[in-house]
Design a protein around this ligand. Structure first.
Ligand code: FMN
Length: 398
């Protein structure tokens, strides 16, 4: 899938640099041409010889190497690729990129390049969570840099948390999605997915049975058609797809804020099962059994995200798609929902327990638009996602 694609791989000086050796191998297996660049610090972790042997290419290391400038100048080097990938992206490299510094070969290439850039951060959890790194991350996202990971887990330094570099195959998937030539190339699509959790107290919450499987499959199918997908997900059972920008939230209110921050988009698909109500009397301490009787929960209505986006006066995505999970009178309820919300399409499904759809592997949907209702046969959630993604592609390209 990467045949003929050219990746300029900048390896930063982090303990995870060894994973970049496997990344080179995986990229080349898929037909990519890899030109490696090592920072000075990276050479402490991997040798130029092993990088060069795996890449089947010269390794570029120094801004002021006259031989390199004669063979290929640093500006030219920054432009040869279809994609510049920084893996691992150290805290230092992220800071240099955010600040526009250019004091070594890697940072100069990153400032001089006019091709898309993807970073794969890897660092100690405290470094990752530091306000400076988070500020730099926000700047880089704002500059249109794609970010893969980091993952949560045990780290080489013995600590635990976010900061682990994504695995080579996750990075490959993200690169494939970024470079995919499909009908949605250059299109930005927002997808919400999963349930929301509405707290009762710090340890209890109200949720629903949505697994996130359909929204995840849809995000994956849209990315496979070349879309840049922003995936806003509640606490789902299934892991988010690779190759998309993941924004994890818990509550409906957080999902609303994440959706608003992710716009504008060419299309927005609201597959999340958002709780209609939250507990307005949520306690900030764990509720205890008392002799005074049972606790009384008071509810407040949650923001209606689908309605809010559908009714936007400015910046409304040209295609807004809602999902309707119904247990009775599916068609009637979903048709009414489309009109009430003001969205363009509703994907209706019957989630009554007998169907096994909620949390299951299959779905049977009816697509409702102003052209009427179109019943699709029952099929796997991946197949529904691919069919819907193809429909979205043809709708926003006409
Ligand atoms: C053993 C060791 C492991 C390190 N691991 C990381 C790391 O995983 N991530 C990171 O951002 N910095 C790490 N550092 C610090 C960087 O090597 C240091 O900031 C260096 O200046 C980065 O240079 P570069 O960004 O030019 O590659 C590590 C340092 C040492 C000594």
């Amino acid at each position: 899938m990467l045949a003929g694609k050219h990746i300029l791989l900048i390896i930063g000086g982090g303990i995870a640099a060894f994973k970049s050796l496997d990344l080179i191998r995986r990229l080349r297996e898929r037909g990519a041409v890899v030109t490696p660049v090592l920072t000075r610090a990276a050479e402490e972790f991997v040798t130029p010889l092993s990088v060069s042997a795996l890449a089947g290419s010269k390794v570029f290391r120094d801004l002021f190497d006259l031989g390199d400038e004669a063979e290929m100048g640093h500006i030219q080097l920054s432009r040869v690729a279809d994609l510049v990938v920084v893996a691992p992206a150290t805290a230092d490299l992220m800071a240099k990129m955010a600040g526009g510094l250019a004091n070594d070969l890697a940072s100069t290439l990153l400032l001089a390049t006019d091709t898309p850039v993807m970073i794969v951060p890897a660092m100690n959890v405290r470094m990752w969570e530091h306000a400076a790194t988070q500020r730099n991350l926000a700047t880089l996202l704002g500059d249109g840099i794609a970010v893969v990971g980091p993952n949560k887990g045990d780290m080489a330094c013995g600590e635990h948390g976010p900061g682990r570099m994504s695995e080579p195959m996750e990075i490959v998937a993200a690169i494939e999605a970024k470079l995919a030539d499909g009908p949605l190339k250059g299109r930005r699509i927002l997808v919400t997915s999963g349930p929301t959790h509405e707290p009762i107290d710090p340890v209890r919450y109200i949720a629903n049975r949505s697994s996130g499987a359909q929204g995840t499959a849809l995000a994956r199918a849209l990315a496979a058609l070349g879309a840049e997908v922003v995936f806003v997900t509640g606490p789902a059972d299934v892991p988010p797809p690779d190759g998309v920008e993941v924004i994890a939230v818990q509550t409906a209110q957080q999902m609303k804020e994440a959706v608003e921050a992710a716009l504008p988009a060419d299309a927005a698909v609201f597959a999340a099962a958002v709780a209609d109500w939250r507990v307005s009397s949520a306690s900030d301490r764990k509720l205890k059994k008392t002799k005074d009787g049972l606790p009384v929960l008071e509810f407040a209505e949650n923001p209606d995200i689908l309605h809010g986006v559908s009714q936007m006066k400015q910046g409304r995505p040209p295609l807004v798609v809602g999902f309707a999970a119904e247990t009775n009178d599916v068609l009637e309820n979903a048709t009414a929902k489309r009109l009430r919300k003001g969205c363009d399409w509703i994907v209706a499904n019957d989630v009554s327990p007998a169907t096994g759809i909620m949390g299951g592997a299959e779905n049977a949907v009816t697509l409702i638009s102003d052209a009427g209702a179109e019943e699709w046969p029952r099929m796997g959630k991946d197949a529904v996602a691919q069919k819907l993604a193809a429909r979205i592609a043809s709708a926003i390209n006409t």
